[in-house]
Design a binder for this molecule. Structure first.
Ligand code: MOS
Length: 752
């Protein structure tokens, strides 16, 4: 049996025996193409505007849909009148709870539900000749609402007499989620210092460049969906199931995509509404959410109200860690837990956790780049710094003192752990010794400080993931996998893996992803699992291809395989009768027009924890007169297994740091508590970092391939990139001014 994590979920599976016969890459193996910082193979398509994103898909006779969303935080539909909207020229159809099929959604509601639980909940969907007409029709639908009392704050929602979203109360599943190891009370008694601290984090919205969008088309009882999604197979199974279609009748396609960050891991209501309308009018339908709808309705990182308690001995040994967290699920079930950092970062025998996920009248939370970990580390790593200070230790020394040599939840070894190396590399690069010995004592109003934060994430990926490889007679190759490229470089890294094995230029390789009809299964692109899951499948397919070619070449050249040399896509027979044969020629001689192999991702090793590790060091400047924090520099040092493409890896880390900086300093979904409505659902009032806010970034990778993990030894980087940034900045701010930032975002008012 093996275990792995996808997002916050633990997946258990029966291990399968690996079928590959070839030698796994050694950890420090010198590779020619893998690891190189090649630019994206699709770069030209993107910068020239020829890349077709879902947003750009235009079909003949395509109609456009738009959604009427509830303007109130909590309401019930008393009556709905669509007659005026229907009379508008160009309106083709309208769906409401009165005429739509009752399709269950979120386990607690329906596709169209007369009970509306947040501003943005779906009331009706109109299809028309143009998006403009559809939106106009949406505005002319008359709805009489019964206004219900609402609550938009998780802590208020837990109080007695708070407005209820569900009959069984506001606490999700009716009880907190709990974890315990050792004996917390005993651990606290053994401690010389006990600290209790509270940290709060805000709700932020994903805001990928491309908003959510689907184009749907029926051919008889077959449905094709172009979708901006992180998981084509997950959309396929959900849509097929709610529409009562066999999965084989549903095809989901996604070629190019402008990001997701977790907001596009699941099938959207909009996709199903468009499919119902398209069937009704017998035409293809496009439905695109605008940024306001995206900010309201399709996900956010939940807030957290965290109370931490820790016990430490005089020598710096952690004896106890406790966390109680409260987070807003929003109006429908969603995970808000943030305890994994506390559970898994340090060797601490006595740990106790209680996590409360609370319904409020606001958009539902979703997985958002390192769900729970960003919130959790913001609190934990500041507490760790304070504990170090209390026992008179350097924060880095304190972390090394409590270093977990084994995975603390299961007491099993890691496949690899090079966090110590990352700490030391990063500390040297930032100049750790430059940090203030006494915070806040620099002269003048502008003070600088240096802080750090560790990170841990899963990121090992796992099965199932498959890739088909086709060798054409001209020597060109196609890789076909049911994975997806969110913009992060999957097309390029997979071509690199095949190019490495087959020793042919990447230009000869085409990578086809994101099409459920042509590709074998791969999982959703989330949880930093894509590269570690799919790259081994591609390597497997390529090695099988090479093995086939070897035996064919031996037969054709009339020499044993052992006397064949392979280089640059050609076989050479050694000795007097030297001859050569390229793989395209060979395929022709084999009587094949297209030679095909299928590779698979082997199971993760039994009895090991697979994790990524890393640290970020931040250098900040705090103006104590204006309250402004400027992040001058971030040094990132990581253990991520093998690097597939250094440029793409650096891109991911840059993106994570900048997104983490936005979370730390600027971003916040603001709901007016008096009216229960979102006041900054646009990129004007919701501040994300600009180029001027971006610090100097320095990146170090201390790892080589993880030989125990897979045949490529690769781990994921997407989520590790963002996790430590906010805590590193907060600790640097403390080092500058001697004041703890206990709530996010760290706006000037909190500094002053
Ligand atoms: Mo997930 S939050 O899309 O990695």
């Amino acid at each position: 049996k093996s275990k792995y994590f996808f997002e916050e979920e633990e997946i258990e599976q029966l291990a399968e025996v690996s079928t590959h016969q070839y030698r796994p890459w050694e950890k420090n193996e010198k590779l020619k193409v893998v690891g190189k910082g090649l630019p994206r193979l699709d770069g030209y398509d993107k910068v020239s505007g020829s890349a077709v994103y879902t947003f750009d898909v235009i079909l003949p006779r395509m109609a456009h849909a738009a959604t009427l969303r509830c303007p109130h935080p909590h309401a019930r539909i008393k009556s709905i009148d669509t007659s005026e909207a229907e009379k508008l020229k160009g309106v083709l159809g309208i769906l409401t709870h009165e005429n739509a099929p009752r399709i269950e959604w979120y386990g607690r509601s329906f596709l169209f539900d007369p009970h509306l639980r947040y501003e943005g909940d779906e009331v009706a969907c109109v299809v028309a000749e143009s998006e403009r007409i559809a939106r106009q029709a949406v505005r002319s639908i008359k709805v009489e609402y019964e206004i219900l009392p609402f609550v938009v704050d998780a802590q208020q929602a837990l109080q007695k007499n708070a407005p209820q979203l569900y009959e069984d109360g506001n606490l999700m599943r009716g009880k907190p989620s709990k974890y315990e190891r050792g004996d917390l009370e005993k651990g606290l008694q053994e401690a010389d210092v006990v600290l209790e601290r509270r940290f709060d984090t805000q709700v932020v919205v994903h805001n990928p460049t491309e908003p959510h969008v689907s184009v749907v088309k029926w051919d008889g009882d077959h449905l094709t969906i172009w979708d901006s999604t992180q998981g084509v197979f997950s959309v396929r199974s959900r849509v097929a199931s709610v529409l009562g279609l066999p999965e084989s009748n549903v095809r989901v396609i996604k070629k190019y995509m402008g990001g997701g960050f977790g907001a596009k891991l699941e099938a959207g209501k909009y996709t199903v509404m468009a499919a119902l309308l398209a069937r009704q009018i017998g035409r293809p339908v496009r439905i695109a959410l605008d940024r306001r709808e995206m900010n309201l309705a399709v996900g956010n990182r939940p807030d957290s109200y965290q109370t931490l308690k820790a016990g430490v001995k005089k020598d710096g040994t952690l004896t106890a860690l406790y966390l109680k967290s409260i987070g807003s699920a929003g109006a429908y079930p969603a995970g808000t837990g943030c305890a994994w950092p506390l559970r898994s970062m340090y060797a601490c025998p006595n740990v106790k956790v209680e996590e409360y996920s609370v319904y409020i009248n606001a958009g539902r939370a979703r997985a958002y780049r390192a769900p729970g970990h960003v919130q959790g580390f913001f609190a934990l790593e500041q507490l760790i710094d304070e504990l170090a200070e209390k026992v008179g230790m350097d924060p880095l020394e304190f972390r090394l003192k409590n270093y977990a040599d084994k995975e603390p939840n299961w007491n099993i070894p890691y496949t690899t752990k090079l966090l110590k190396e990352a700490y030391l590399k990063g500390a040297k690069a930032i100049g750790w010794e430059r940090r203030n010995k006494t915070p806040g004592e620099q002269p003048g109003p502008v003070k600088t400080g240096i802080g750090m934060s560790s990170q841990i994430w899963w990121g090992g990926g796992g099965p199932p993931a498959y890739a088909n490889l086709k060798l054409n007679r001209d020597g060109s190759v196609q890789i076909i996998a049911g994975s997806q490229d969110l913009g992060t470089g999957t097309y390029t890294i997979l071509a690199q893996v095949a190019a490495e094995v087959l020793d042919i230029p990447v230009e000869k390789i085409e990578v086809i992803l994101g099409d459920t009809d042509v590709a074998p299964y791969c999982g959703s692109s989330g949880g930093s699992t894509t590269a570690p899951s799919v790259s081994p499948a591609v390597r497997d397919a390529a090695e099988q291809m090479k093995a086939k070619l070897f035996s064919a070449a031996a037969a054709h050249l009339g020499v044993p395989e052992s006397q064949l040399k392979y280089a640059g896509g050609k076989f050479y027979s050694a000795g007097e009768k030297s001859a050569s044969l390229d793989i395209g020629q060979l395929a022709r001689k084999m009587g094949e027009r297209v030679l095909v192999t299928t590779g698979r991702r082997e199971a993760n090793p039994e009895g090991y924890a697979v994790n990524t590790f890393g640290v970020q060091f931040a250098e900040v400047e705090v103006d104590t007169e204006t309250g402004k924090i400027r992040v001058k520099k971030i040094v990132a040092a990581y253990d991520l297994g093998r690097v597939l493409n250094r440029q793409m890896l650096d891109n991911q880390i840059h993106g994570g740091i900048i997104q983490g900086l936005g979370y730390a300093l600027f971003e916040e979904r603001l709901i007016d508590r008096n009216i229960g409505k979102l006041v900054n659902a646009n990129l004007h009032d919701y501040k994300i970092p600009t180029i001027k806010d971006t610090p100097e970034i320095e990146i170090y990778i201390v790892s080589e391939g993880d030989e125990k993990l897979s045949n490529t030894g690769v781990k994921g980087v997407g989520e590790p990139a963002i996790i430590p940034t906010p805590a590193a900045i907060a600790n640097a701010v403390y080092n500058a001014i001697g004041v703890r930032m206990t709530s996010l975002p760290m706006t000037p008012d909190k500094v002053l």
